[in-house]
Every structure is written in structure tokens, then in C-alpha cells.
Ligand binder design. Structure first.
Ligand SMILES: [Zn+2]
Length: 347
């Protein structure tokens, strides 16, 4: 059933959904969801108990179409099986390796920040530019990595959420709406997050359901993009991925790396942290709990913890031939070539 869904059904659902929602610039799913909620409230007020039956039926239809359009993707074979296995090593060797990669990712982010990075333009202009850069990035990594055979499908862009103000307060950077196949991002957050979050949500579009997998594929996509801004955002995301583990494993080395970090990178990451910190509150706590419960219900055992498992996937990706991330972080690559990676921006 899962294999039928992955290989046959999902690509067809994606084609159908994208042909409807992909061409609309603004979000359709959010409007539909609000309409359904209002309709349910009206039904409850007007028809009272008589409407309960049809509401339960509607709820069943929503759950059923969730699994049909998306839910099964949580059972697809893990992407880790399509990446190179991690070489066997003891704790000390793997910790040393992590420090080394964190240092290299810090230098990569520094170099990327000095490219022709631009956060200029209106929200719509910037988002369009980011989407073009992401689209180019998605075509750059091997199809053998895909969760489902969807290379022929034309996917809609990452869109600005109409409820960004609420997402900010709920500490949600973006979300995927499976019933319409739409990826939307919180456009209140700093622009250094837009491509990273957009890439993550657009990975969900392609059948990468698990959070850590969408995070990895999003990073690979940004780092494969010829757009310098998208590439820079990818390098920030990569650094953050290692940095999280560094905080746990080697705070001393972490302080050293931060000390040598390019000031532009430091500023960007400080701004991002300050943004989320400024909007912390009860709503965010509740939202985190709900998301955790949701992930556990989908069989993602560690719930929100699965976000941190991304680091292990990144380490595997570094070892996988043919992926930008390994090339960019490998010692063998001469520095000038790495600097030249972000080519002319796509407008
Ligand atoms: Zn996600």
C-alpha cells in the first residue's frame, strides 16, 4: 500500500494539486480552512444537534484525504538509506570530526556572506527571487535521492502565509498544507530565513514528510542553488545544524568557532534568535506541544526531537558523493573553487 502510494499515487496527487494551487500566487488552503471552520460554526449554531452527524462525516473526510494526499509519506523508506552510511568510529573521533565540519561550515558561511547576497526588494519581489533560486537548486541534486518519483511535476512556489502574524506568535516559521499541496512561510521573520524555511516546506511538497528529512533536503537544495542569497541561507542553515550539536558536545570548541565567525553571519543569526525570542509566550509553548503530539501520532517516535536528528543526516550527506554539501566542506576542494560556487543570480 505504502509503495503503491509512493510510486504511483503520490506523483499523481502532486500533479493534480499543483496544477490547481501551483499557479495561484497567494495561499488557497488557508482560505479554504477558514471557510470550513466558519461553515462548521454556522452549522452548529443553526442546526445544533442535527449537524453533529454531518460534521463527524466531514471530519472523517478530512482525515481520510490527509492520509491519501500526504499522511502515507511518513511511512516511505527513510532517506538515510539512500545516503552513504556513516563510517564507523569511536566517540572521540566522531566528536573531532563534528568540530572540524562545524569549523568548515563557519568558514563556508563567512565566504557565502561575502558573495553578491541581496535581501532587497518588496516581500513579493524577494520571495519570487528566492523561489527561482530554490527551483534551480531542486534540479541540481540527484533524482535517486527523491522520496517519490516526482521529477516531472511542476511545483508551486513557497507562498507568503496570510496568517504570518499568528505564525510568529506560535513560533512557526512555515508549514505545509497537504490538502492543497501548498508550502507557506511566515513573512514576518528575518529574510535570512525565507529561503531556508521555503526549501524545507517545498521538500514536504515532494513527499519528504519527516521533519529531519525535509530539513536536510532543504539545506541540500539551498546549497545547490546558483542564487548567492539562497546559497548563503543554506550555508547559515548548515552552520546552525552543526552548531546545535556543538552546544551539546563541545561548548569550548563552539565558543572558539563563534569567536572567528564572520560578523555578518553573527549579525544574521543574532537577529533570527532575537526575532523568535521577542515573540515567545504561552501560544508558542502550546504550539510546540501540539506539533510534538502531531509528529508522534504520525509515528515519528521522538516527536520534535527529530529536528535534531538532522545533524546525523547532514553527516551522511557529507559522505555521499554527488551532493554539494560534501564538496563544499571537503578538505580536498581548493578554496577558490568553493568561493566561485555561487554563480550569477537568477532574476
Ligand atoms: Zn516541516
Amino acid at each position: 500500500m505504502v509503495e503503491w502510494h509512493r510510486a504511483f499515487f503520490f506523483p499523481r496527487v502532486a500533479t493534480a494539486l499543483q496544477s490547481v494551487s501551483g499557479t495561484a500566487v497567494s495561499t488557497m488552503g488557508e482560505v479554504g480552512a477558514v471557510f470550513l471552520v466558519l461553515l462548521s460554526i454556522v452549522a452548529l449554531l443553526v442546526r445544533r444537534a442535527r449537524s453533529i452527524g454531518s460534521l463527524i462525516l466531514a471530519l472523517g473526510a478530512i482525515v481520510f484525504t490527509f492520509y491519501l494526499s500526504w499522511g502515507f509519506a511518513y511511512a516511505y523508506p527513510p532517506v538515510s538509506g539512500r545516503l552513504a552510511p556513516l563510517p564507523r568510529s569511536d566517540d572521540r573521533a566522531s566528536a573531532a570530526r563534528l568540530v572540524e565540519l562545524a569549523e568548515r561550515s563557519a568558514r563556508l558561511a563567512g565566504r557565502a556572506s561575502e558573495g553578491s547576497v541581496s535581501f532587497a526588494g518588496s516581500d513579493a519581489e524577494f520571495l519570487a527571487r528566492i523561489n527561482a533560486g530554490l527551483e534551480a537548486g531542486f534540479g541540481q541534486w540527484p533524482a535517486s535521492l527523491e522520496a517519490s518519483p516526482i521529477r516531472g511535476v511542476i511545483f508551486g512556489p513557497a507562498k507568503a502565509s496570510r496568517v504570518s502574524f499568528a505564525l510568529t506568535r506560535l513560533q512557526i516559521s512555515g508549514f505545509y498544507f497537504p490538502w492543497t499541496g501548498e508550502a507557506q512561510i511566515d513573512t514576518e521573520m528575518p529574510r535570512t530565513l525565507w529561503a531556508r524555511v521555503g526549501a524545507h516546506e517545498k521538500s514536504h511538497q515532494r513527499g519528504f514528510a519527516r521533519e529531519n528529512e525535509a530539513a536536510l533536503i532543504g539545506l541540500i537544495t539551498c546549497l545547490s542553488s546558483p542564487d548567492p542569497t539562497v546559497f548563503y541561507e543554506g550555508s547559515l542553515g548548515l552552520f546552525v545544524g552543526f552548531d546545535r550539536e556543538m552546544a551539546r558536545l563541545d561548548p569550548e570548541a563552539r565558543r572558539r568557532i563563534w569567536g572567528g565567525l564572520n560578523p555578518r553571519v553573527v549579525d544574521a543569526l543574532r537577529l533570527e534568535a532575537a526575532f523568535w525570542k521577542a515573540h515567545e509566550g504561552v501560544a508558542g509553548k502550546v504550539s510546540e506541544k501540539v506539533n510534538d503530539t502531531y509528529l508522534k501520532a504520525q509515528g515519528v517516535r521522538s516527536g520534535i526531537e527529530s529536528y535534531a536528528e538532522t545533524t546525523r543526516l547532514i553527516l551522511q550527506a557529507v559522505e555521499t558523493p554527488g551532493l554539494a554539501v560534501g564538496r563544499l566542506l571537503s578538505a580536498e576542494t581548493p578554496a577558490p573553487e568553493v568561493t566561485a560556487t555561487p554563480a550569477a543570480p537568477i532574476r
